[in-house]
Design a protein around this ligand. Structure first.
Ligand code: ZN
Length: 253
């Protein structure tokens, strides 16, 4: 089965710190290729508690969009899990160069356990077993940040837009993506904090016109306003299937 599983949907600091939502990142399992994305605090716990089980030692790649702790806290322990405690050197880590420079969030000892550490750059394209991963654009966040577009045989293309301020080029960069996953922290724009708000995310969805849009990485305002109760209205308004991710949610492809 090809699927995406949300091991966490926490966005802003307090949602993460209080674990109002889990912060384990997103697991992709497509055409026998397994990749975890942004393994924040609790990723290892969420992976091991998943039912049906996720085969952590079968991971092929770990993708880190940027070095903030809600996206990287468990990255080193996930590398240990992917490599059978370091006894089986394998797998790829993809991350911005800032994640391995001073001060690195991916420890040098952990980086040495994997086959390859790839530092991401715009317009680059990488092959991860049966997945093609493209970096469409550098995003606008406090630290070096990239999302991706995934392509593989017989499955829809999947775009991931992690933490970023809004800028119009996001729309052209992710054009023609079938499924788009967007980190939406606020209900209203807060220009000084480089995160997407719901109106900005809806502008992106209207521009890209994907078959499905999945909102995740929620801040407190998104939870207080119970975003999951509004997605049907938003879907009708934009004539696009929009869903709000929940912890443990699996989307079959
Ligand atoms: Zn961030």
């Amino acid at each position: 089965m090809n699927f995406i599983k949300f091991l966490g949907t926490a966005g802003a600091r307090f949602v993460m710190i209080k674990q109002l939502r889990a912060s384990g990142g997103i697991w992709f399992e497509i055409n026998d290729t397994r990749m975890i994305v942004d393994p924040g605090p609790g990723a290892l716990v969420r992976v091991n508690k998943s039912r049906p089980s996720l085969k952590v030692s079968h991971l092929d790649a770990i993708f880190v969009s940027h070095k903030h702790i809600d996206h990287t806290n468990d990255v080193n322990v996930m590398i240990e899990a992917m490599t059978d405690g370091g006894f089986n050197k394998k797998g790829i880590v993809l991350c911005p160069s800032e994640a391995i420079e001073n001060t690195p969030v991916i420890f040098p000892y952990a980086a040495a356990l994997v086959d390859k550490v790839i530092t991401l750059s715009t317009a680059a394209q990488y092959q991860i077993k049966n997945l093609k991963l493209k970096i469409p654009v550098r995003l606008h966040h406090q630290t070096e940040t990239y999302g991706f577009i995934l392509q593989s045989d017989h499955v829809p293309s999947i775009g991931y837009i992690p933490d970023t301020a809004f800028f119009p080029e996001i729309i052209s960069a992710y054009a023609n993506t079938d499924i788009i996953i967007i980190n939406v922290v606020f209900t209203q724009p807060r220009p000084l904090i480089m995160h997407l708000s719901l109106p900005e995310a809806l502008d992106i969805i209207s521009g890209i016109k994907p078959k499905k849009a999945i909102l995740t990485h929620f801040g407190l305002t998104m939870l207080k306003e119970r975003i999951w109760e509004k997605t049907q209205y938003l879907s009708e308004k934009l004539a696009t299937d929009i869903i709000a991710a929940s912890d443990g949610m699996t989307v079959e492809l």
